[in-house]
Design a protein around this ligand. Sequence first.
Ligand code: ZN
Length: 170
Amino acid sequence: MKLSESHSSLSSLCRAVEIRLRFVDALAGLNLPIVMLPDFESLPESKDSATVRDTPFAYQRREKRIIVNGDLFPSLASDVCEAALAHEIAHALYHRSPIVIKDPQFSIALDEEIVADLLVCRWGFLDELNKERFQSYGAKYCNILKLWRQEDVFAREMTIWHQQHLAGIL
Ligand SMILES: [Zn+2]
């Protein structure tokens, strides 16, 4: 996998993530532009979702690139950035060939966001991912993340979590 960053301030992050992911066969041959933008305010995606504006990284399907929020990036810890970048790379992989993981009880396919986090765990970024997810999704989500090695248990627990999250219970 090759990451081509638009700005030298992203180089150490991109090289660190390339090295950590060099053994992931599914990523072989993937070439991804990593483009720094001043902020995400003017993105069309920001019109639909207020959370896009406050997110540090995003994957753009049509452009097949990862964008970096220049407004937020400098204030983030480097390990949190590595996990966040790995998460966007997981989205890129998902859009190249969808990864379907189903809840063993009701055969509901896991949400793309959760599949991306599962891949990030498989790629060895659990601790770094937890740091951010603890803030955004809370302890319960992080406890389920720790179950990533047991795919069926993970899928069952995440399906319940996701439904409660959508219902506003969590
Ligand atoms: Zn995502």
